[in-house]
Design a binder for this molecule. Structure first.
Ligand code: PEP
Length: 251
């Protein structure tokens, strides 16, 4: 089954309005004058969502949040709901990023609840999973990722509404990328777990992104792997040239 590559940028807590909207406008103008063979998504911080949505309007670049609360509304000071993201014009949201799992003690159950809220609000959800270096060194990589798939995947997940991002924690922001073979091994294991959980068709259709120091130099090799269906990109998504080169590396 052919899966359309998704190149998604996670801007994390970076950019003020001027540089954020300039980056988005730069990407939008490249999209309008060039062509890419993939879906494009940028996930700026909450404060920049409106400006970025305006800057990429009509370009084909979708915009998403980096997190959402599991509830629709209520007494959750400082939080943002999936419905609010949808209302603003977002198409997607990332949940379960390892920085959220670590810094905010988010468990698989919390991530699953957030992912289900995203689906209920009509957003596509990107569910992040990945092992730590200790877990890899202990030979637990596949087990950890399978467990996170079982625990974090939302009920109601389909190939259309859900994307998995495999992000080995030891590769995020470190400049240390999983080799294409290392990444492919885990992606294949994730797809096999999806097969057991969702059935053949959904598993074959669901996109599994790689994330962890993907850059303009290593993207083509990673994206050529059979089960790597795109990238979730942090640092390199903050430079239009690099992000655009990654998008143009799609097979
Ligand atoms: C990320 O934050 O999702 C990520 C993959 O970051 P980086 O590309 O900087 O490793």
């Amino acid at each position: 089954m052919s899966r359309r590559i998704l190149i998604a940028g996670n801007w994390k807590m970076n950019c003020l309005q001027a540089d954020g909207t300039a980056l988005a406008a730069d990407l939008a103008s490249r999209m309008k004058s060039g062509s890419v063979k993939c879906d494009m998504l940028v996930c700026p911080p909450f404060t920049l969502l409106k400006g970025v949505l305006d800057a990429v309007a009509g370009s084909g670049i979708a915009v998403g949040g980096q997190d959402c609360h599991a509830a629709e509304k209520g007494a959750h000071t400082g939080d943002t709901s999936a419905w609010m993201l949808k209302d603003l014009g977002c198409a997607a949201v990332i949940v379960g990023h390892s920085e959220r799992r670590t810094n905010h003690a988010e468990t698989d159950a919390v991530v699953k609840a957030k992912a289900e809220a995203a689906l209920a609000a009509g957003l596509m959800v990107i569910v992040c999973i990945g092992e730590t270096l200790d877990e890899r060194d202990a030979g637990k990589t596949l087990e950890v990722n399978r467990t996170q798939v079982q625990g974090s995947l939302p009920d109601g997940a389909t190939a259309e509404n859900t994307v998995i991002a495999y992000e080995p924690v030891w590769a995020i922001g470190t400049g240390r990328t999983a080799t294409p073979d290392q990444a492919q091994e885990v992606h294949a294991a994730i797809r096999s777990e999806l097969r057991g959980k969702l059935g053949e068709a959904a598993a074959n259709g669901m996109r599994i992104l790689y994330g962890g120091s993907m850059n303009a130099k290593n993207a083509a090799d990673l994206l050529s792997q059979a089960d790597i269906d795109g990238g979730l990109i942090g640092g390199a998504a903050l430079k239009a040239d690099d992000f655009w080169t990654i998008a143009q590396s799609c097979p």
